[in-house]
Design a binder for this molecule. Structure first.
Ligand code: B12
Ligand code: SF4
Ligand code: SF4
Length: 404
């Protein structure tokens, strides 16, 4: 906090003046806001992230996260919104070339259960996906706006003693203070990192795809949804390090937590009188939203790299019309580090990760217009089907993936 705030009497008077002016409604609101400003100030000079980045030496200098005005990715253009129908996962339900792979996946999985005696591992793994696969509509792998990801509250207000709450809309005089509250609620519900960005419409899917019905409807979001609250959920370090059935259990638990955390945060916002759309993998591209919200940078492995957990996180988001103060992107020299490192490229068993950057799509499942190391999702998914389990090698081997 500023020097003048270090004298307790002057600090108390300052709060009183601000309360009189109605800048803040309570002392705790002021303190929360001052804490937020303190964190921002120190993150800007690179102090806060130092413990997590110290071990990454670049010519002897420790890498530090700086807050920057613009995200570090390069838009070459033209940008076009991506149709969810063309993701590898959607293609498993309509593209004939994926049918053999799907059969292979099931066969290998059954064989592994029989021959490797891995029934218990798969049992643990499948159970960790339970919330995602039932209440979370496959964690929004398909369409959104369903189950826990419903865009309206599922609570029957007439049955709730607390329903009065819904008739009072909270006035937002200070979007920064509201952002602090939203972030602290997100963490309270279980998110490990929370960031806020203005919603860039290019990251919204042009069409959603329902893998059960084959429906491919345009995504038409009202302009009122100006902000995305992006949340990262850490996945278990030791389980991810197996990069096998146990790693998939960590992934599944992440998916179940996504449905839980995003639906609770959306309900909190609705209780304040605003609209909130909880999203898993549906509706929008999570990685560019997370980068815009200051959670990290894009790595060569095609994943969001965070200063605290590296790429070992799952992402979900809540889109809202609540007035918030967006965060700024960060730079901790991931792109520069990836130029030399190449560990993900060297360890990917099917060479799905690229040597060179391009802004062109390398398969029908890539978007174009952004300069990045493209990932061949067809090869990646093909490997999962060969092994009967999804893969996490490019998370495991990344030097930014550190045990806390
Ligand atoms: C479909 C999908 C896949 C497909 C591949 C993508 C494809 N081509 O279809 C398959 C099933 C193979 C897959 C694999 C994996 N996935 Co995946 N996947 C998705 C999903 C559901 C949709 C992404 C999409 O639409 N891709 C199609 C086009 C856009 O792909 P693309 O052009 O190659 O672009 C990729 C990146 O460059 C980036 N991106 C896209 N546009 C832009 C724009 C800018 C400016 C930037 C900077 C980046 C960026 O996002 C895309 C991610 O696939 C997202 C969730 C979501 N809604 O974002 C999770 C997601 C990206 N996957 C995730 C993960 C972790 C994985 C795996 C490690 C598997 C695992 N163990 O969980 C591997 C890693 C593969 C890799 N190295 O990229 C996480 C990433 C978390 C993180 N730290 O970033 C996400 C966000 C899911 C989640 N809930 O957390 N995935
Ligand atoms: S998840 Fe595995 S197969 Fe897919 S890109 Fe990463 S290392 Fe390669
Ligand atoms: S393994 Fe190396 S090259 Fe790949 S994303 Fe991590 S730091 Fe970048």
């Amino acid at each position: 906090m500023a020097n003048s705030d270090q004298n307790p009497r002057r600090f108390a008077k300052k709060i009183d003046r601000l309360l009189e002016k109605r800048v803040y409604r309570s002392r705790s609101e002021f303190i929360l806001d001052a804490t937020r400003r303190f964190i921002e100030k120190h993150a800007r000079v690179g102090k806060l992230f130092q413990p997590h980045t110290l071990s990454f030496q670049n010519g002897g200098k420790p890498l530090r996260a700086k807050i920057v005005e613009k995200p570090k990715y390069q838009v070459i253009g033209p940008l076009k919104r991506f149709n969810q129908k063309y993701t590898v996962l959607s293609r498993t339900s309509w593209d004939p070339s994926f049918q053999r792979l799907k059969r292979k996946y099931k066969k290998t999985r059954n064989e592994r259960i029989r021959k490797e005696n891995s029934l218990e591992d798969y049992a643990l793994r499948d159970a960790s996906w339970y919330v995602a696969n039932t209440l979370g509509t496959f964690a929004g792998f398909m369409h959104g706006n369903d189950g826990l990801y419903s865009w309206k509250s599922l609570e029957a207000s007439e049955e709730s003693l607390d329903s009065e709450l819904r008739f009072r809309k909270v006035k937002v005089c200070n979007p920064a203070a509201m952002s602090t509250k939203i972030k602290s609620a997100g963490r309270f519900y279980g998110a490990d990192l929370v960031g806020i960005t203005r919603l860039n419409e290019f990251w919204i899917y042009s069409h959603s795809y329902n893998r059960l019905t084959g429906q491919n409807d345009p995504v038409r979001l009202s302009k009122q949804y100006k902000f995305a609250i992006v949340m990262a959920i850490e996945m278990d370090y030791d389980k991810t390090a197996t990069s096998d059935i146990e790693a998939s259990a960590a992934t599944g638990l992440g998916y179940s937590k996504m449905a839980f955390v995003s639906s609770l945060l959306a309900q909190f916002i609705r209780n304040l009188g605003y609209q909130a759309l909880p999203c898993g993998n549906d509706t929008a591209l999570s990685i560019p939203l997370a980068i815009d919200a200051g959670l990290g940078e894009l790595g060569r492995n095609g994943l969001l790299i965070t200063p605290k957990f590296g790429p070992r996180v799952r992402l979900c988001k809540v889109l809202t019309d609540l007035s918030l103060k967006p965060d700024k992107p960060i730079d901790f020299r991931v792109q520069e580090y990836c130029e030399k490192c190449k560990k993900c490229l060297e360890n990917c068993p099917v060479h799905a990760i690229s040597e060179d950057k391009t802004a062109n799509a390398i398969t029908m499942s890539n978007n174009s217009g952004i300069l990045k190391w493209p990932v061949n999702g067809e090869r990646c998914f093909g490997f999962w089907c060969e092994t009967g389990i999804d893969c996490s090698i490019c998370i495991k081997v990344c030097p930014f993936n550190k045990k806390r």
